[in-house]
Design a protein around this ligand. Structure first.
Ligand code: URA
Ligand code: SF4
Length: 283
């Protein structure tokens, strides 16, 4: 094992798993082309289809006609005739960064506003090629107003470091819900839906090349459907034309260390997808 690979695996706490899993993982590190070929699944965001979407052949990263943002802007020229919900979507879709963050901090669109200390809009490089989406703020994030500053954040930093990234450079980090769910419970689907326009606007402003959904609530938000991580990982989805890789939430990995090897494979998929996209855009 070379020194860099050894340090990557150490960073992710993968030493023991590395030894038991042997050559398969080594190949994944050194030969991204040998990773299982992901099947691409085009999912229209904002929908809640009852059946999983059929798998599609590989396709390049351009937005697919017909796969559009769930924010419907059609009645924009008659604002007074719009229902309040539509007006909210139109309003959020028009905000610049500062206005967006102010709007989030003042938001009362779901019950999570009642128990928060402060909303946590997001952090990082607003032009990042990578965008990570977590679940929602925990206690420390609620206190500090920044995502992933607690124990899960430390592991997230290690995961980013393992693929040569840091949270401040070329990466933007947001959450499916911007306010802390009481007692760190899982955000409910209606809360995720209420907060989705903010995430949509963040994605539209960042224009990432790749999205990573950390855990099931993030995947629900980005894919518009309930998935199981074990079934969704290793596949490429899309949100508004942007490829989405799904992996475990770092807080889950803290409790289930044996799945760190799988998370590492997911990060390899993310990295090889990014390399492919970057190569395509040069041609
Ligand atoms: N877990 C999350 O999903 N997001 C955070 O910001 C912190 C912990
Ligand atoms: Fe608003 Fe999102 Fe906070 Fe709910 S979680 S109050 S929708 S900012």
């Amino acid at each position: 094992m070379n020194t860099r690979r050894a340090s990557i695996l150490r960073e992710m706490g993968l030493g023991p798993i590395w030894r038991t899993r042997g050559a398969a993982l080594e190949n994944a590190v050194e030969q991204p082309a040998s990773l299982p070929t992901p099947s691409e699944v085009v999912v229209e965001p904002g929908r809640r289809p009852s059946q999983p979407q059929p798998e599609q052949p590989r396709r390049p990263a351009e937005p697919k006609p017909g796969v559009s943002s769930p924010i419907v802007l059609a009645p924009v020229n008659s604002p007074t005739s719009q229902p309040p919900h539509d007006r909210r979507l139109v309003h959020i879709a028009s905000l610049d960064w500062d206005a967006l963050e102010n709007d989030i901090r003042a938001c009362t669109a779901c019950r999570l506003c009642e128990s928060r200390q402060q909303a946590v809009p997001g952090i990082g490089d607003r032009n990042g090629a990578w965008m990570l989406v977590g679940e929602g703020p925990g206690a420390e994030e609620d206190r500090r107003g920044e995502p992933f500053v607690g124990a899960a954040g430390q592991l997230l930093d290690d995961m980013l470091g393992a693929i040569g990234l840091t949270r401040t450079k070329n990466v933007y980090i947001a959450n499916a819900v911007k306010c802390r769910p009481p007692l760190n419970r899982t955000p409910q689907p209606d809360e995720i839906a209420a907060c989705l326009p903010y995430l949509e606007r963040q994605i539209a402003l960042v224009r990432p090349k790749l999205l990573i959904a950390l855990g099931r609530p993030a995947a629900l938000s980005l894919l518009g459907q309930e998935i199981k991580i074990n079934a969704a990982r290793g596949r490429l989805f899309r949100h508004a034309g942007v490829p989405v890789v799904v992996t475990y939430h770092p807080a889950y990995l803290l409790r289930n260390q044996t799945d760190k090897g799988r998370a590492w494979e997911d990060l390899c998929l993310a990295r090889s997808t990014m390399t492919r996209i970057a190569g395509d855009s040069e041609n």
